[in-house]
Write a protein that binds this ligand. Structure first.
Ligand SMILES: *Cc1c(COP(=O)(O)O)cnc(C)c1O
Length: 404
């Protein structure tokens, strides 16, 4: 049974006050909160076995290495990767995308094309633009419609034997739309293109199976999945990871170094130069355990209830317009009220203890599509409640009164 009150007790931050009011945290699409079970793992690491990994013969180093590699296996099993060395631990989604984009610089030429979608976070746009500048490859864009969905037919038309790579997010952080990545991957493979899926926004809500998807690269960040900041994962099919050159040079990523020639280590170490976020990687594993203990089916069912409830309640406010109205979406609601600037509303509801995000949500092309400077975004997690949504609705009504 899903017991939200019991779950909330796992999150110490949820019982604090902000501006004298109980915190209502609706900025989960930017980062999630951390349960005590994960905090304990972080404290345990620094209290008991902090040491550098893969190097020392001493016991602490062994212990840290074992726990770090155990976390890699947890991540592997969670995403159903075939091999543990197909999981590269990164500093997050942005790092994973840059690693792949930088690697493709040696594989693309000016006659090649790559495809992005109109619904992307800047971190899944800018690294590829840099790649195109370097190689001369041409960037094509899958357009979106008014509901905030990708237009499949145009995507099919963009594909050709020139297409080498397609990169899309699994779920849009700005609108919550779940993209048809199964279709996108299948079609891309028919023309021989590889696909990278940005799963940063999907992984808090669903459990992707990289083998069933047959995706070539999949990236995620721990901090959106109840884990710490500064750590994430890149899944890559072994054959692709072997094809890409190393991203950074340094310690850990080499087999042998002389001034004449350096040879690189095998996967995954080839892509893990330098001392990684050891504690973060171990805590990422603990966060995955935490989420799986609750269960992704239970999480999805409950979050959909919150989404439906919030959508209905928000639409009772006169002049409120929701952006992103696809039937396939997760618990993110982007909206504006009349012509009031989102920032003004965000500031007032913060005074009432409610954390929402305002602005372009690192997805400026979406805002340009709707011809707006930004939105107010309320994004819900499994530890939020309907009572908190009621508070938001009341706070918005107060803000409207004050601003009009
Ligand atoms: C948060 C997010 C990112 C960036 O993640 P970082 O952890 O900041 O690297 C990229 N894409 C999407 C869809 C996101 O939601």
């Amino acid at each position: 049974m899903f017991n939200v009150e019991k779950i909330r007790q796992d999150f110490p931050i949820l019982s604090r006050k902000v501006n004298g009011q109980p915190l209502v945290y609706f900025d989960n699409a930017a980062t999630s909160q951390t349960p005590q079970q994960v905090i304990d793992v972080i404290v345990d690491y620094y209290s008991n076995y902090n040491a550098n990994i893969h190097r020392g013969v001493h016991s602490l180093s062994q212990e840290a290495t074992d726990k770090y590699e155990a976390a890699r296996h947890k991540i592997q099993h969670h995403f159903n990767a075939e091999k543990a060395h197909e999981i590269i631990l990164t500093s997050g989604t942005t790092h994973g995308i840059n690693l792949v984009a930088s690697g493709f610089a040696s594989l693309l030429s000016a006659s090649d094309e790559v495809i992005v979608s109109a619904l992307e976070h800047h971190s899944n746009i800018v690294p590829w633009q840099m790649l195109c500048e370097k190689t001369g490859a041409v960037l094509k864009v899958i357009p979106m419609n008014d509901e905030g969905e990708l237009v499949k037919d145009i995507y099919n038309d963009l594909l050709s034997d020139k297409t080498k790579l397609v990169f899309v997010n699994h779920i849009s952080n700005a609108l919550g739309t779940i993209n048809p990545i199964e279709h996108i991957i299948k079609k891309a493979h028919q023309v021989g293109a590889a696909v990278l899926v940005d799963g940063a926004q999907a992984c808090p809500h669903i459990k992707p199976d990289v083998q069933a998807l047959d995706v070539d690269f999949y990236v995620a960040s721990a901090h959106k999945m109840c884990g710490p900041t500064g750590v994430g994962m890149l899944y890559g099919k072994e054959e692709w990871l072997n094809k890409l050159p190393p991203y950074q040079g340094g310690g850990e990523m080499i087999a042998e170094v002389t001034f004449e020639k350096t040879t690189y280590a095998d996967l995954p170490h080839k892509f893990e130069a330098g001392t990684p976020n050891i504690c973060g990687g171990i805590a990422f594993g603990a966060a995955i355990d935490y989420l799986n203990n609750i269960g992704f089916d239970a999480i999805a069912t409950y979050e959909n209830e919150l989404l439906d409830y919030a959508t209905k309640q928000l639409l009772t406010i006169e002049g409120l317009k929701i952006y992103g109205t696809s039937k396939h979406k997760t618990s993110v609601i982007s909206f504006n009220i009349g012509t009031i600037h989102p920032y003004d509303i965000g500031t007032i509801v913060d005074k009432l203890g409610i954390a929402v995000r305002t602005g372009h949500h690192c997805a400026q092309p979406i805002m340009d599509y709707y011809k707006i400077p930004g939105t107010i975004r309320a994004s819900f997690a499994f530890y939020n409640t309907k009572a908190e949504i009621d508070k938001l609705v009341n706070a918005l009504k107060k803000a409207i009164e004050m601003l009009s």
